[in-house]
Design a protein around this ligand. Structure first.
Ligand code: ADP
Ligand code: 5GP
Length: 212
């Protein structure tokens, strides 16, 4: 039976494991599309335009927002970030799930949009704040000042944990991966994700009446 695509939102304080788990979800099911955000921040070493982000300048970002091309957008760590609407609509129309690595502001905008019925939001908590800092340091992607800024912001992000459908403590990575797969598998079976159910029940009814 056909199914409708899900919008899977992953949020967490920086360093809790969103990108690691997003990658594992795509390895698990290559049909899951990743929403490539647009951002005004500069690329980090190794980041490729169009792969991690669409790197654009502020006037271009603002004009895309004004033209309604962003499904959601927010100002995070001094830069603008937004999810382009086109690829998301195309994916869910063809029954593909889209995974978003976005902050609480973006999650709130999507869950309050007309797409809310097809949204699954998951928040990742770190096992401890010390471990969160350790992960940011271990990732070795940012200088100490940037790590300090991310740590400063972490409580702001964590404080929104209560508005998500599911909250996972990402302690053991393999265990969190299994929990995520379970949640996604179950949510795909929601009635609202199965547009053909009505037709199927109608045909069951016809058959039932025929046989009785
Ligand atoms: P985010 O995308 O949320 O900023 P990352 O996925 O980049 O976080 O993870 C930050 C660092 O923590 C990475 O080096 C990653 O390998 C590591 N990490 C993620 N999850 C775990 C885990 N459960 N246990 C230990 N290290 C983890
Ligand atoms: P980073 O600069 O480390 O890649 O991302 C910083 C933060 O911005 C992360 O919390 C990430 O989830 C968030 N983010 C990335 N893209 C988007 C987006 O398109 N919209 C929103 N609202 N947040 C985003």
């Amino acid at each position: 039976m056909k199914r409708r695509g899900l919008l899977i939102i992953l949020s967490s304080p920086s360093g809790a494991g969103k990108s690691t788990l997003a990658k594992r979800m795509r390895d698990w099911d290559p049909d899951i599309r990743f929403s490539v955000s647009a951002t005004t921040r500069a690329p980090r070493p190794g980041e490729v335009d169009g792969r991690e982000y669409h790197f654009i300048d502020e006037p271009a970002f603002k004009s895309q927002v004004a033209d309604g091309e962003m499904l959601e957008h927010a100002h995070v760590f001094g830069n603008f970030y937004g999810s382009p609407r086109g690829p998301v609509q195309e994916a869910i129309d063809t029954g593909k799930d889209v995974l978003f690595d976005i902050d609480w502001q973006g999650a709130q905008q999507i869950t309050n949009s007309t797409l809310s019925a097809h949204t699954l939001s998951i928040f990742l908590l770190p096992p401890s704040i010390r471990e969160l800092r350790h992960r940011l340091e271990k990732r070795a992607q940012d200088d100490p000042a940037t790590i300090a800024r991310r740590m400063d912001k972490s409580w702001d992000e964590i404080s929104h944990w209560g508005s998500y459908d599911y909250v996972l403590v990402n302690d053991n990575l393999d265990a969190t991966e299994e929990q995520l797969k379970t949640i996604i598998t179950a949510t795909r079976l929601r009635r609202s994700q199965q547009p053909d159910l009505t037709g199927h029940v109608r045909s069951l009814q016809e058959e039932f009446e025929e046989l009785s």
